[in-house]
Ligand binder design. Structure first.
Ligand code: PLP
Length: 377
């Protein structure tokens, strides 16, 4: 194959041409500032508010519960740092050991500022452990803030969020944030059913543009801004809106939701074909989180005794893009903290590749990948 085979879609995705098409007018002739009172500004304002409605509808929220941000990292920071009450007082914060750095490092910062933070462990499949919590119910008011991701970026494990919400929010009264950056566009998201207070999204993970995201914030909560400026996004997230990005995000999410069933089927077929092919072709291979509910596009595969960074280079030479561990760790050959939390042995952790698919991949590419893996092993 001459073309690049891109199998690193949890790092970022190709922009859907229909998304680019929707954005183009706002990069060319409709370049007004949504805060300007003239015709050009009004046109931009209308487009931004229409996009807000679309994003809200896609996750069953209300438009005024959507704040546009620069991406998943900013959304999570805004939620965790912006909740007025959570900033004061020394009531514990709960998160998990497998969060993306945008949550993990924010929690570490809170810890360094004197907060008590509990990092929940995971089982060997990568599911956050709640058994102990069920055994020892948490009294009302004992936890202030919780952040547990909906789907993990390395393993694709979809967390049983309803259980955490039940125990930590409904019973203990905590404010609940979930990082839904990897879940959005791949599995249905309904903020009412999830019953979370905050939810973070990032457009470039579902075939939208980079540098744009959103935070769902339940209307009851007043958020403190974490950056200061003008009155945009009701003063909570000041700065001139990324109009084209916002339009692109709304279009990308709309398309992902509309075609989810078809795309899920397609990705699962490719994923299952790959998993079977890997198991048939190699003896020392294990699929991480097998048996857990995972995203349709994500495979975390460990080649025991191998070095993932060497495999990655060999695949790269053959025109195949995959990742070891999380994309943010690429280039820094370290063991994956997520796999460490799952107690994956170091000789498997070191040889782990993440293969993440998208609707733009083909079965032919899966056949090619298996062939190349057999050749380089
Ligand atoms: N959360 C998860 C689970 C992610 O995978 C990522 C990106 O890899 C982020 C948050 C950060 O999103 P962004 O790149 O938009 O800041």
């Amino acid at each position: 194959m001459n073309k690049l085979i891109y199998l690193d879609n949890n790092a970022t995705t190709q922009m859907d041409p229909r998304v680019l098409f929707a954005m183009m007018p706002f990069l060319k002739k409709n370049y007004g500032n949504p805060s300007s009172p003239h015709a050009s500004g009004r046109m931009a304002r209308k487009a931004v508010e229409d996009a807000r409605e679309i994003v809200a509808e896609c996750i069953n929220a209300r438009p005024y519960e959507i704040f546009f941000t620069s991406g998943g990292t900013e959304s999570a920071n805004m939620a965790l740092l912006g909740i007025t009450d959570a900033i004061d007082g020394a009531i514990p914060v709960i998160t998990s050991q497998i969060e993306h750095p945008c949550v993990m490092n924010t929690c570490r910062m809170l810890e360094n500022s004197g907060y008590q933070v509990t990092y929940l462990p995971v089982d060997e499949k990568g599911i956050v452990e709640i058994r102990k919590m069920e055994d020892f119910p948490i009294p009302a008011g004992a936890v202030k803030l919780v952040s547990i991701m909906l789907a993990n970026n390395e393993t694709g494990v979809i967390q049983p969020l309803h259980k955490f919400v039940e125990i930590l929010k409904t019973s203990a009264g905590a404010i609940f944030h979930t990082d839904a950056v990897q879940a959005a566009g791949k599995i249905p998201i309904d903020v009412k059913k999830l019953n979370v207070d905050f939810l973070s999204l990032s457009a470039h993970k579902f075939h939208g543009p980079k540098g744009i995201g959103a935070l769902f914030a339940r209307k009851e909560f007043s958020l403190k801004p974490v950056i200061f400026g003008g009155g945009q996004e009701r003063g909570v997230r000041p700065g001139t809106e990324n109009v084209a990005g916002i339009i692109g995000m709304a279009r990308a999410l709309e398309l992902a939701v509309k075609d989810m069933e078809r795309n899920t089927k397609k990705m699962f077929a490719m994923k299952n074909f790959l998993i079977n092919g890997l198991k048939e072709s190699f003896t020392d291979v294990s699929i991480n989180s097998e048996g857990a509910e995972t995203l349709p596009n994500t495979i975390s595969v460990s080649f025991k005794g191998r070095e993932a960074d060497k495999l990655l280079i060999k695949l790269d030479i053959e025109g195949i893009c995959v990742s070891f561990g999380a994309a943010c760790h690429s280039g820094a050959s370290k063991l994956s903290d997520v796999l460490k939390a799952m107690k994956t042995p170091d000789n498997c952790n070191r040889g782990t590749l993440r293969i993440s698919l998208s609707r733009f991949n083909t079965m032919q590419e899966m056949v090619y990948l298996l062939g190349v893996l057999r050749k380089i092993m």
